[in-house]
Design a protein around this ligand. Structure first.
Ligand code: AHN
Ligand code: ZN
Length: 326
């Protein structure tokens, strides 16, 4: 019995060894190894914080000017070309603000290209803040504004380390968030002034891109990104493909396959005015009063709401989308 056991055990070892050698991955039948591209969420977080450290980036403020200089310097460091597009934002309250869209490009000569964007200004008022006294004060906009820009700066850093096959344009739109205060109705298109300007005056003549992806509020913990209404209407194929990649990478907890309300955001004007179909990756939340992440347009939208895991998920998805394109 003892002898028999010993022999059997020895045999099993050999079989196990052979088995291992011939099939290096025991799950290779059902599971394909996914090789992804590096994205450093610590670095993305650093770029988010660098923006909020200037203070609220409201048009005409010192923080706004300082942040613009920071952003164009960073893009010049990582991209092949940078174009700063100045314009005058005419706001609902009669102001005329010197504003600027900042556009960093990789391989600007390539015909096949995609457009990535986020707004870099922060809201001038905290009109959703529970504290009525503080509603007139501008917000940090760590998530609403800085998160998308932070992800895109880190993305630019990665694209410089490993150039993609296609061209990429990264646009930081100004004056997105100077829309009318909640509850006030003033006829006109007062949101998204930077994207409206760029869409009517692209940074290059006859500008074209295959498609675009807008990031808005991509940094909060457990962010939920739905099939936002205008993205479905104007760019359903882009949306399916991006959500498909996100789900394959294991980010189905963030990228949900469910419809949500259309949002008047920068992608709306890009879709309406240019021929670039553009989606919006935006944190929507049916449980919250506003439909957005709960601290939206309050002073709680500060650096403390930023979660590196979410920045990582969005960054990884974007890199996969970009390097997939040939
Ligand atoms: C409206 O509430 C109409 N649009 C929201 C666009 C936005 C503001 N995204 C971030 N802040
Ligand atoms: Zn906002």
């Amino acid at each position: 019995m003892r002898k028999f056991f010993g022999a059997t055990f020895f045999l099993l070892l050999i079989v196990a060894g052979c088995n291992n050698k011939s099939k290096p991955d025991s799950q290779s039948k059902d599971k394909k190894e996914i090789v992804t591209h590096p994205f450093d969420a610590d670095s993305a977080f650093f770029y988010v914080k660098a923006q909020t450290d200037f203070g609220p980036r409201v048009p005409a403020s010192e923080a706004h000017a300082a942040c613009a200089a920071f952003l164009s310097t960073k893009m010049a460091q990582f991209c092949d070309t940078v174009i700063v597009q100045p314009f005058i934002a005419k706001t609902y309250d009669g102001n005329r603000f010197n504003s600027q869209n900042i556009i960093g490009s990789f391989a600007p000569e390539k015909e096949k290209r995609i457009l990535l964007a986020a707004h870099w200004d922060s809201r001038h008022i905290a009109d959703m803040d529970p504290d009525l006294e503080k509603r007139k004060l501008p917000i940090d906009g760590a998530n609403d504004g800085a998160s998308g820009v932070g992800v895109l700066i880190e993305l630019a850093r990665q694209l410089q380390l490993k150039n993609p096959e296609i061209g990429v344009d990264i646009i930081f739109f100004d004056a997105e968030d100077y829309g009318t205060p909640s509850g006030e109705n003033i006829a006109g298109d007062w949101w998204c002034l930077g994207s409206q300007h760029w869409s009517r005056n692209p940074h290059r003549e006859n500008y074209q891109a295959d498609y675009g992806i807008l990031l808005d509020m991509v940094g909060a913990s457990y962010a939920t990104f739905y099939h936002e209404g205008y993205s479905v209407f104007y760019a359903s194929q882009v949306l399916s493909s991006v959500w498909g990649i996100a789900n394959r990478l294991g980010y189905g907890n963030h990228f949900l396959n469910k419809r949500a309300n259309p949002i008047t955001d920068d992608h709306y004007y890009v879709n309406m005015i240019t021929k670039v179909p553009m989606i919006n990756i935006i944190h929507q939340d049916n449980e919250s009063n506003t439909g957005f992440f709960p601290p939206w347009h309050t002073h709680n939208d500060n650096i403390s709401v930023i979660d590196k895991n979410t920045l990582q998920a969005v960054g990884k998805v974007l890199l996969e989308v970009i390097y997939d394109e040939k």
